[in-house]
Design a protein around this ligand. Structure first.
Ligand code: ZN
Length: 299
C-alpha cells in the first residue's frame, strides 16, 4: 500500500471513530425532536425519517392529551427519552400515564423504561413476546415490559379520550397495533405504513410480506371514520394514501410470486419492478421485500 493511500485510510478511520464517539457522547439536551400539532389535544413528535443519525429519533410518536394524563404511541430510540419528555412538557403540564407500543422494534420502544414503571405500557400480546427476546427488556429491565396486552381489539378510556387498538394479522411483525383516536378521526399505523416504499417484513419477529396486503385490507374495511393517518416514518398521510399503499403492497406481492414462479433471481426481479405508477414512491426497499416473499414461500 502506498504511503499516501495508507495515510488517507488512517485519516478516514480516525474521522469515523471521532464521528461515532462524538455522536454517542452527545449530551441529551442537544437532541431536538420536531413537533407537529394535529389537534388541540394531539401532537406528533416527528424527526422520524431514517438516514441521518443526528436527526433520526425513531418512529413518529403520537402525544394524546386526555383528562387523566398523556398517552404516548411509541417512544422512539433509546437515548431520546429526555428529548421526548421536553417536547411533551412544552405542550402540557400533565404527566405521561400510558404508553402504547405499535410493535417491538427499538426505534418504537426505546424509551419505555425512561418513563418508569408508574406508566401503563400496552401492546399486542405477540409484541410483548417479541419484546421479551430483546436485550433492552432482559433482567431487571423486564419490569418495563407491557403489563397490559390484547388479542384482537382493546379500548382505552371513553368519550373524547377514547383510544381503540386493533390487531389485524401479520405484516411488519406479528404484533402490529393500529391505534385510532375516534373523537379526532386520526389513525396511527406504526410501521404497517412506514413510508412510500416497499415494507420491511421482519420475519424474525413473525413479519410477513405475504400477509401484509391482506392485513392492510382489513384495516381499510374496518377503520373508516378517519381523516388523518400518522405513518411510522414519514410525513402525515390520508386514508387515500393508505389505500394506495395497500394496492402497492398487493401489487408487489403478486409481482414477486410471478417472478419466483418464472425462476427469476431476486436481484433481477427487484430491479425490474416499476414504482412509476405510484407517485412519490421510492424503490430502495423493493429488493428486501421481494427477498422476504421468496424466503417465505420457499419450502
Ligand atoms: Zn419497525
Amino acid at each position: 500500500m502506498k504511503r499516501s493511500v495508507l495515510l488517507g485510510v488512517l485519516i478516514a478511520v480516525g474521522a469515523l471513530s471521532i464521528a461515532v464517539t462524538g455522536y454517542q457522547g452527545q449530551p441529551p439536551g442537544t437532541r431536538v425532536i420536531d413537533l407537529l400539532k394535529l389537534k388541540d389535544n394531539l401532537y406528533v413528535l416527528t424527526s422520524s425519517t431514517p438516514g441521518n443519525p443526528a436527526t433520526f429519533s425513531g418512529g413518529n410518536v403520537a402525544v394524546f392529551i386526555t383528562d387523566g394524563g398523556v398517552t404516548l404511541v411509541d417512544t422512539k430510540l433509546a437515548g431520546w427519552g429526555q428529548a421526548v419528555l421536553d417536547k411533551v412538557k412544552s405542550v402540557t403540564s400533565k404527566p405521561v400515564t400510558t404508553i402504547v407500543n405499535t410493535h417491538t422494534h427499538g426505534d418504537h420502544t426505546g424509551n419505555d423504561g425512561f418513563f418508569g414503571t408508574t406508566v401503563e405500557i400496552v401492546a399486542h400480546e405477540n409484541t410483548k413476546a417479541n419484546m421479551e427476546k430483546m436485550d433492552a427488556f432482559k433482567g431487571d429491565n423486564a419490569k418495563f415490559l407491557p403489563k397490559r396486552t390484547y388479542k384482537d381489539k382493546l379500548t382505552l378510556g371513553s368519550g373524547k379520550d377514547r383510544i381503540d387498538l386493533y390487531y389485524f394479522g401479520a405484516g411488519h411483525t406479528n404484533g402490529d397495533t393500529f391505534v385510532v383516536f375516534p373523537a379526532l378521526r386520526v389513525l396511527h399505523t406504526g410501521d404497517m405504513f412506514a413510508w412510500k416504499d416497499a415494507p420491511l417484513c421482519d420475519r424474525n419477529n413473525g413479519g410477513s410480506c405475504v400477509s401484509f396486503p391482506r392485513t392492510l385490507q382489513k384495516v381499510i374495511e374496518t377503520i373508516k371514520d378517519v381523516d388523518v393517518v400518522i405513518p411510522g416514518h414519514s410525513p402525515m398521510q390520508t386514508p387515500k394514501d393508505l389505500q394506495e399503499y395497500q394496492r402497492f403492497t398487493a401489487d408487489l406481492l403478486s409481482y414477486s410470486i410471478d417472478a419466483m414462479k418464472a425462476g427469476k433471481m431476486v436481484e433481477d426481479a427487484a430491479a425490474a419492478f416499476k414504482v412509476d405508477k405510484y407517485p412519490g414512491y421510492k424503490n430502495e426497499r423493493i429488493k428486501g421485500a421481494v427477498q422476504a416473499v421468496y424466503d417465505e414461500l420457499k419450502k
